[in-house]
Design a protein around this ligand. Sequence first.
Ligand SMILES: Cc1cc2nc3c(=O)[nH]c(=O)nc-3n(C[C@H](O)[C@H](O)[C@H](O)COP(=O)(O)OP(=O)(O)OC[C@H]3O[C@@H](n4cnc5c(N)ncnc54)[C@H](O)[C@@H]3O)c2cc1C
Length: 386
Amino acid sequence: MDDSDIFRLRDTIPDAERALAAKVRRFCDDRVVPVINDYWERAEFPFPLLEPLAALGVTGGTIQGYGCPGFSPLGSGLVSMELARGDGSLSTFMGVQSGLVMNAVALLGSDEQKQRLLPPLARLERIGAFALTEPQHGSDVVALETTARRLGDGYVLNGAKRWIGNAVFADDIVVWARDAHDDVGAYVVNKGAEGLETRLITGKIAKRASWQADVTLTNVVVPAENRLEHSHTFADAARVLTAARPNIAWGALGHAQAAYDLAVAYCHERESFGQPIAATQLVQFRLAKMLADLTAMWLVCLRLAELVAGDAVTPAMASMAKMHNAEHALRITAEARDLLGGNGILLENHVARHFVDAQVVSTVEGTDSVHALIVGRDITGLSAFT
Ligand SMILES: Cc1cc2nc3c(=O)[nH]c(=O)nc-3n(C[C@H](O)[C@H](O)[C@H](O)COP(=O)(O)OP(=O)(O)OC[C@H]3O[C@@H](n4cnc5c(N)ncnc54)[C@H](O)[C@@H]3O)c2cc1C
């Protein structure tokens, strides 16, 4: 039994999902953790990890068919958890590729679009990006200003996007834009399209081994077959985000689990005042609080997976899970960093990476405050943000 599993929650996980999680964990332990700090420090994307990552066969998560693994929501969540437990930059890459881009195609594409786009994305032969956020519209992205004008058989896109993961090297960028009828659609812009420019955002303090970009679209022509057929309103973008959100909650759990495990091990090793710090009352109190938080995060994820499997997840449920786990990951990773003292700020001890990466988890795909507002609307029936 895992010492951190005080409620024996892992006992409830079926063998297939347990084996899947163990496979991803081995991949992270053997291939990712030994090399990732160097990439992180240099702010470089770990391209050599793409081939072994593709070979794991986990890209596409719950999507059935089209070369995708068709995991249960629990299996897919555990994959996200284990990837984040290994490294947040790699899990961010997969969150975009598998969670946002592939779910957009799977939920909103025609059968022809799914046949064409999903298999190479699942094999990581083609890389995707999901361009929703704009320089002036993050939380209020519903106000998006990027335009799509009909031209002959296709569309012409104009606008700017910000913080777009994978965009600098992506083959297929799913760009959200508003047309002349005020409809909001998803358009797949291919690498090298004339008028498409990407600029890497540098100077980040977190998720440094993942790449985000500023994207500008100046009269970019997109053929009609690249407008995702069933994308019509902002609610369609929201459907994709809701589908991807559980994996953010699982990713937060991965950061927290890694930080907790590292902290417990360190507290046994580190001696102060002639005894391991693990033997002191204050440290035990802090570890107990961390474990209670971690257990709550697991419970949220396991129940969320059941709700997804039963097709019963509401936006408020997904928001609450994301908000809860992101906040708890911030607390646990901060405590772990502090318990390692000065060593906690050294990359080589790994906690620092999880500590700063957890900051991003609480911002991406809706900040904690914005998710609280979605839950608040559900509680009161009153929207505080429209
Ligand atoms: C590393 C990283 C990767 C990302 N990847 C992608 C990607 O691949 N694709 C993509 O489209 N986007 C991506 N994003 C963008 C991300 O989704 C946005 O950063 C996020 O939605 C928040 O928007 P913002 O940064 O503009 O903050 P803002 O919306 O400007 O928010 C600033 C602050 O104001 C608060 N706030 C805003 N409105 C309200 C309100 N009504 N009431 C109370 N508080 C409010 C927020 O909670 C926050 O604290 C990424 C961001 C980061 C940092």
